[in-house]
Design a protein around this ligand. Structure first.
Ligand code: SF4
Ligand code: SF4
Length: 433
């Protein structure tokens, strides 16, 4: 029985090399393409009916000359060429049983008439469910009528050459709020330069914290300055959106020269105000957390097991998180995550073939176990199940991280960490004293 209350007598006899990828955005596509080979079948399940995710919505990438939609269409071509990748759209994971190397995933596939349930066996799960964007003008004290659009709405206009609604030779303002990410900053800088050149607009960027801590971002910031984009530093609290005689105006205390004691008051009328959406965890994270039994961080994005030691590993062996579901990720960070997850999956496959490696795994003495379930509840890595024949707890070696938490919790002292038995530790202490 695992934490879900299911009996489960599976152990890591043979590692199933097949992999389930949750999410068909760039992170999921890249992971599937890198993982699939004649010996390993990859299934991608995507909640929506389209692949490509948020990258498809971007007009340009700040640290790459490649067009975002070209990037995705190239990945889709790679996908089509590969017979070892199956894509299921309008689908979601509803249940996951088992342990690393031997999971069974239950997938719900939605169709017009009925939902179909499908079960597949896999050895690892890659979570690449991305993020969601949200925007409310109320958050910034602005009326929706005040010539305001979101950054993604602007990107959509630029992608579709829908220039009719973009004011020509007038004031266009971007507002990078406290929540703006480096990805938003990169898109704003690119779009500001484009609007300046294409429409001869006066482009202003209001910001408190210009996040340029990534390859190419600082150069882009300097390029925007050289191209005549005006940057006005201000605190969110010093910015006011007002309307006078039908004209939308930003009133601001410019903090750019605060260091030398100069704060000037500016009033800038604008024809269009563009604000980036917030990037947030998707609504499915809570469901997925309980299905996968992996942890969320304080920001509600999926958390890696140890931020200092691991890049993509969750608290459960065989489950990895990549791309935007871990927080803010640019294109290169997403591709790096995908490649790390592939390496970790392959190394798990190789190490699992060495069944003699039981070092630093917990072991339960069935004669002492009273099946109180304490260890099953407390193991942070979901590595203990019920052995159905003896009705005792049993550690699944491949899933055990050897953290030792269960050994301290067992009331009957039935669990020992291999290499760290009470006798061994007493002996070592005795030799030291
Ligand atoms: S905590 Fe100890 S006694 Fe309780 S189920 Fe686990 S091994 Fe058995
Ligand atoms: S040693 Fe840690 S990972 Fe292994 S079974 Fe015990 S609590 Fe779980």
């Amino acid at each position: 029985m695992n934490k879900n209350g299911q009996d489960d007598n599976r152990t890591s006899k043979i590692f199933n090399p097949d992999v389930l990828v949750l999410g068909g955005g760039l992170a999921g596509l890249q992971t599937a393409i890198d993982l699939a080979n004649p010996g390993s079948h990859v299934t991608i399940i995507e909640r929506t009916s389209n692949l490509g995710g948020h990258v498809n919505q971007l007009f340009s990438l700040y640290n790459s000359a490649i067009d975002p939609r070209t990037l995705i269409s190239e990945k889709l071509k790679d996908l089509e060429k590969n017979n070892d990748i199956e894509v299921i759209t309008n689908a979601e994971l509803v249940k996951l049983d088992g342990f690393a190397g031997d999971f069974t995933a239950t997938i719900k596939v939605r169709s017009d008439n009925e939902n179909i349930m499908k079960c597949i066996g896999i050895g690892a799960v890659i979570v690449a469910t991305g993020y969601k964007t949200s925007f409310s003008n109320v958050d910034y004290g602005i009326q929706a009528s005040e010539n305001i659009i979101t950054l993604l709405q602007l990107e959509d206009m630029l992608i579709n050459n829908n220039f009719a609604s973009i004011p020509q030779e007038q004031n266009i303002c971007f507002y990078l709020t406290q929540d703006a990410t480096k990805i938003s900053c990169g898109s704003v800088l690119n779009d500001a330069i484009f609007l300046k050149h294409q429409f001869g607009s006066n482009v202003f960027v209001f910001f408190n914290d210009m996040k340029v801590y990534d390859d190419g971002l600082e150069e882009l910031y300097l390029k925007a300055q050289d191209n005549g984009v005006r940057f006005i530093r201000c605190l969110d609290t010093n910015l006011e959106f007002i309307k006078e005689k039908g004209t939308a105006i930003i009133r601001v205390k410019d903090q750019s020269f605060k260091d030398i004691g100069s704060i000037s008051n500016l009033e800038i009328p604008y024809s269009m105000l563009i604000i980036p959406e917030k990037i947030m965890p998707t609504d499915s994270y809570n469901d997925l957390r309980s299905i996968l039994q992996i942890g969320l961080g304080p920001d509600n994005f999926f958390q890696v097991d140890n931020v200092n030691l691991t890049s993509v590993e969750s608290n459960r062996r065989g489950i990895f998180t990549v791309g935007g579901c871990r927080g803010i990720r640019d294109i290169s960070g997403t591709i790096m995550d995908a490649r790390n997850a592939v390496l970790k999956t392959l190394s798990l496959l190789i190490s699992s073939s060495d069944q003699k490696d039981h070092n630093q795994k917990a072991k339960i003495d069935p004669d002492k176990c009273t099946l109180c379930l304490t260890c099953i509840r407390t193991c942070p890595h979901v590595a203990i199940c019920i052995e159905p024949q003896n009705r005792t707890a049993k550690v699944v070696d491949i899933a055990c991280y050897g953290c030792g938490i269960c050994t301290g919790e067992c009331p009957t002292k039935a669990i020992e960490l291999q290499g760290y038995s009470d006798e061994q530790i007493s002996k070592e202490i005795g030799e030291l004293v």
